[in-house]
Design a protein around this ligand. Structure first.
Ligand SMILES: Cc1cc2nc3c(=O)[nH]c(=O)nc-3n(C[C@H](O)[C@H](O)[C@H](O)COP(=O)(O)OP(=O)(O)OC[C@H]3O[C@@H](n4cnc5c(N)ncnc54)[C@H](O)[C@@H]3O)c2cc1C
Ligand SMILES: *[C@@H]1O[C@H](CO)[C@@H](O)[C@H](O)[C@H]1NC(C)=O
Ligand SMILES: *[C@@H]1O[C@H](CO)[C@@H](O)[C@H](O)[C@H]1NC(C)=O
Ligand SMILES: *[C@@H]1O[C@H](CO)[C@@H](O)[C@H](O)[C@H]1NC(C)=O
Length: 349
């Protein structure tokens, strides 16, 4: 849903439609060149009516398949030209868990992934300034795994990732993008230099902390409510080659890394049976959840409902969560807790 105005009109129409008449949605008359980009094929509608959570199901009126950024702008303009604009939900990989990438009833799902087929190699481009400062310009529809591969070709890497890399740039930047590195580098939304956003008025705007900063900071973490992210400029740094626990190092510094990790571990208080060691290439380490995905797909446990919840807890309340949720609910009721990840965050990142 692109704006509150659209949303409120949407609710009014639903009310009218319940009482006065059934809207003739098939009477949508998109401009001729846009019409073939709306898919109402049952298989496609079914795909667009669920997500990784498999909890919420909403069938949209159609799925829009853009082949350019200009198509996205035209879609929004078409919606705005109607007396009752329809809702538009950008969809990355729909790895949301509560229907965030879906549209209801007379809404349209905007299939961002479709753009990947039309970028002609320009979906990810790495540049360095003469002073050696490097960044990647990446389409909002691109997957982080591809951003990593393209950067590693130059010995470079983005600084902040989510734990899973088969997510779109636009999708994680519309949330936060958090992993074990976020305490140090900040979440992914703190690692963006510039965005291209198609706004609710159909305008393509380049924004940054300096230019149109309100739009920039609204789109980051904005769940698609402030426009469609079509490009992000991500800062890059030299890539380490290997990872131990979550310590990154290069060939020449292996001995030092071993020593540092041993020293770090010595200071921790833990049950030895819970100690977990990994020694992997940098890329294997970052891509570790995908390895698990492949295993789970074989077992048939990947496409099941996922009632996942992410939340921020201030350090002043973390022991309450431990007492209330972990001890008070999970242990007391002997629930099987599934996966639970805890990440340190620094508010100043
Ligand atoms: C296995 C797995 C592991 C995960 N691990 C992590 C993790 O470690 N850290 C973390 O932070 N998150 C994690 N997530 C959550 C994930 O970051 C979010 O679910 C994210 O939204 C997924 O990206 P997506 O491309 O599937 O986005 P979608 O689910 O498709 O979209 C997310 C939201 O953004 C909007 N949107 C999508 N694309 C755009 C765009 N281009 N412009 C504007 N709005 C857009 C959608 O409308 C929707 O509201 C994980 C999810 C899964 C399934
Ligand atoms: C989106 O487009 C991609 C690429 O064309 C396709 O593989 C995918 O199935 C589509 N998703 C939906 C929900 O239509
Ligand atoms: C959509 O409308 C905006 C605002 O009027 C305009 O800037 C943009 O060029 C239009 N897009 C298309 C594809 O017509
Ligand atoms: C980690 O793996 C690398 C590459 O396989 C190897 O050279 C190194 O000795 C390993 N280190 C440890 C502590 O196992």
């Amino acid at each position: 849903m692109l704006s509150k105005i659209v949303f409120s009109k949407f609710i009014i129409v639903l009310w009218l439609s319940n009482t006065l008449y059934a809207p003739q949605l098939s009477a949508f008359q998109p401009p001729k060149y846009l019409a073939p980009k709306f898919s109402r094929d049952p298989q496609t509608l079914k795909l667009a009516s669920t997500d990784f959570g498999h909890i919420i199901h909403n069938t949209p009126w159609a799925v829009f398949e853009p082949s350019s950024v200009s198509d996205i702008s035209a879609l929004i303009n078409f919606s705005n030209s109607l007396s009752t604009p329809f809702t538009i939900a950008p969809r990355g990989r729909a790895h949301s868990t509560l229907g965030q990438a879906m549209a209801q009833g007379d809404g349209v799902v905007l299939n961002m992934t479709n753009l990947r087929n039309f970028r002609k190699g320009s979906g990810i481009s790495v540049s360095c300034s003469p002073s050696g400062y490097c960044y990647a310009d990446v389409g909002g529809e691109q997957w982080w795994i591809d951003v990593l591969h393209a950067s590693l070709k130059y010995g470079l890497t983005p600084l902040s990732f989510a734990n899973y890399l088969y997510l779109t740039v636009g999708g994680t930047l519309s949330n936060a993008g958090i992993s074990g590195r976020a305490f140090r580098f900040g979440p992914q939304i703190s690692n963006v230099l510039e965005l291209d956003v198609v706004t609710g008025k159909g305008e393509l705007v380049t924004c940054s902390p300096e230019k149109d900063s309100k739009l920039f900071f609204a789109a980051l973490g904005g769940l698609g409510q402030f426009g469609v992210i079509t490009r992000a400029r991500i800062p890059l740094a030299p890539a380490p080659t290997r990872a131990k626990l979550a310590k990154y190092y290069d060939k020449n510094s292996q001995a030092r890394a071993e020593e540092e990790v041993a020293n770090l571990v010595k200071r921790l208080n833990f049950l030895p049976t819970f100690s977990y060691k990994s020694n992997a290439s940098y890329e294997e380490f970052l891509d570790r959840v995908h390895t698990r995905e492949l295993e789970e797909r074989q077992l048939g446990t990947w496409d099941v409902p996922h009632a996942w919840l992410n939340m921020f807890v201030p350090s002043s309340r973390i022991s309450d969560v431990n007492e209330g949720a972990f001890k008070g609910i999970i242990l007391k009721q002997n629930l099987s807790p599934g996966i639970c990840g805890l990440y340190h965050m620094n508010r100043n990142k």
